[in-house]
Design a protein around this ligand. Structure first.
Ligand code: SF4
Ligand code: F3S
Ligand code: ZN
Length: 103
């Protein structure tokens, strides 16, 4: 599962679509964590898609990640500011790739 203490254990190495990217990143095999309030571990995501289907406010968008060993698309928290902390995405992801900091 995603390390929910990533903000202490990882470093911000980039930004993408207005959200933070937490390393280490070594493209294309290692992509790190995208987002902070809604965080998706791209190295765990295997493109199940339940988060995109179930999020009531469409926080997630597919992003292409060719060459990644788990999957060649990932659920990117492109609209994380719209999150209403319902926790559905956290519950439905089969590999626990998502952390939502509901405070
Ligand atoms: Fe969407 Fe709810 Fe997940 Fe927030 S917690 S990203 S609103 S499914
Ligand atoms: Fe990926 Fe989990 Fe969503 S595998 S596509 S983060 S449901
Ligand atoms: Zn991203």
């Amino acid at each position: 599962p995603i390390d929910s203490t990533f903000e202490e254990n990882r470093e911000k190495v980039d930004t993408h679509q207005g959200h933070d990217v937490w390393g280490p990143v070594e493209e294309p095999e290692q992509l790190g964590i995208h987002g902070t309030h809604v965080a998706v571990d791209f190295d765990i995501c295997l493109a199940d898609g339940a988060c995109l289907e179930d999020c009531p406010v469409d926080v997630f968008e597919w992003v292409d990640t060719p060459g990644h060993p788990e999957s060649e698309i990932k659920a990117d928290p492109a609209n994380e500011a719209q999150c209403i902390d319902c926790m559905l995405c956290v519950d439905v992801c089969p590999v626990d790739a998502i952390d939502v900091d509901a405070g």
